[in-house]
Design a protein around this ligand. Structure first.
Ligand code: MF3
Ligand code: CO
Length: 249
C-alpha cells in the first residue's frame, strides 16, 4: 500500500476538485435524448479544459473516456452513439482522471425524467451507503469496517450489494492495493492509517447481487435484470477523519 505525503495530497485534492466540477458541468446534459457517446465527448472536453487527462481510456483496453451504465447495467457500460437516454432511465456515470501524476475516481447515479419511488429509494440508499462507508474510513479502524457498514445499510433497506466488484486504493495508479469490498464482516483486513487514499464505490441492485458480463467484454449487468445504482468518491484518511476529495467546496 502507498501512503500519501502532503504534496501528493495537494495534487489529489486539485484533481478531486476538477472531477467534481466536471460532474457539475456534465449534469446539465444528462437528459432524455442524449447518447452515451455524446456524454463521453462532453466529459472528455471538460477534463481537458481543466488540464487533466482521462484515466479510463486505454486502461486494460477500455475504449472510452467514461463509463455510462443504464438501468440493469451495474458498471463499465461503454458509451455508444446508438445508446440514447430515455424518460424513466437511471444512469450511472463513472469518471476517472489524472492530474499531475495522481488519479481520482468518482461515480454518481441520476434519474432521467420520471422514475418510481422505489427507484428513487435505490439511488438514495446507494448514495447513503457510500457515506456510511466513508464514515468508517478512520485511523485505527479495520478496512472491512467500511465494507460491513455498506453491506449492513444496503441490506437493512431491502436491497442487495453487488459482490463481484470492489473499491480500491488510488494514487499514482488508478487501482492500487488494498481492494475495498462492499461486503464482509467487520474487524478484518489492514488497519487504516493516515495517508491512505481509497476509492469507495458501492453498487446496489433492487434484486439479486449476481452479475454477468455482456458480449462487449465490459458491461456488467444484474443477472436477474433488476435495476442497479453506483456511487463512488475518492477519499483520503487524515488524522481528523476521512477527507472526501471528489466533491466541491
Ligand atoms: N471506477 C471504475 C473502477 O474503479 C472504473 C474503471 S473503468 C475502466 O473500476 F475502464 F477504467 F476499467
Ligand atoms: Co473506482
Amino acid at each position: 500500500m502507498e501512503f500519501k505525503v502532503k504534496e501528493d495530497i495537494e495534487n489529489m485534492k486539485k484533481g478531486g476538485k476538477i472531477l467534481a466540477q466536471v460532474f457539475k458541468e456534465l449534469e446539465k446534459y444528462i437528459q432524455e435524448g442524449i447518447s452515451t457517446y455524446e456524454l463521453s465527448r462532453k466529459a472528455e472536453e471538460l477534463i481537458y479544459k481543466y488540464r487533466a487527462k482521462p484515466a479510463f481510456k486505454g486502461y486494460r483496453g477500455y475504449p472510452e473516456v467514461i463509463c455510462v451504465s443504464i438501468n440493469e447495467e451495474i458498471v463499465h457500460g461503454i458509451p455508444r452513439k446508438d445508446r440514447v437516454l430515455k424518460n424513466g432511465d437511471i444512469v450511472s456515470i463513472d469518471i476517472g482522471l489524472e492530474y499531475n501524476g495522481f488519479y481520482v475516481d468518482s461515480a454518481k447515479t441520476y434519474s432521467v425524467g420520471e422514475v418510481s419511488p422505489l427507484v428513487l429509494k435505490l439511488i438514495e440508499v446507494t448514495e447513503s451507503a457510500l457515506w456510511k462507508g466513508i464514515e468508517k474510513a478512520r485511523v485505527g479502524n479495520y478496512l472491512s469496517d467500511i465494507s460491513w457498514a455498506i453491506q449492513e445499510y444496503v441490506e437493512k433497506n431491502g436491497f442487495s450489494i453487488i459482490r463481484d466488484f470492489t473499491g480500491h486504493g488510488i494514487g499514482r495508479n488508478l487501482h492500487e492495493p488494498p481492494s475495498v469490498p462492499n461486503f464482509g464482516s467487520p474487524g478484518q483486513g489492514p488497519i487504516l492509517v493516515e495517508g491512505l487514499a481509497l476509492a469507495i464505490e458501492p453498487m446496489v441492485s433492487i434484486g439479486d447481487y449476481k452479475v454477468k458480463i455482456l458480449d462487449d467484454g465490459w458491461t456488467a449487468v444484474t443477472l436477474d435484470g433488476s435495476l442497479s445504482a453506483h456511487f463512488e468518491h475518492t477519499i483520503i484518511i487524515t488524522k481528523n477523519g476521512p477527507e472526501v476529495l471528489t466533491q466541491e467546496g
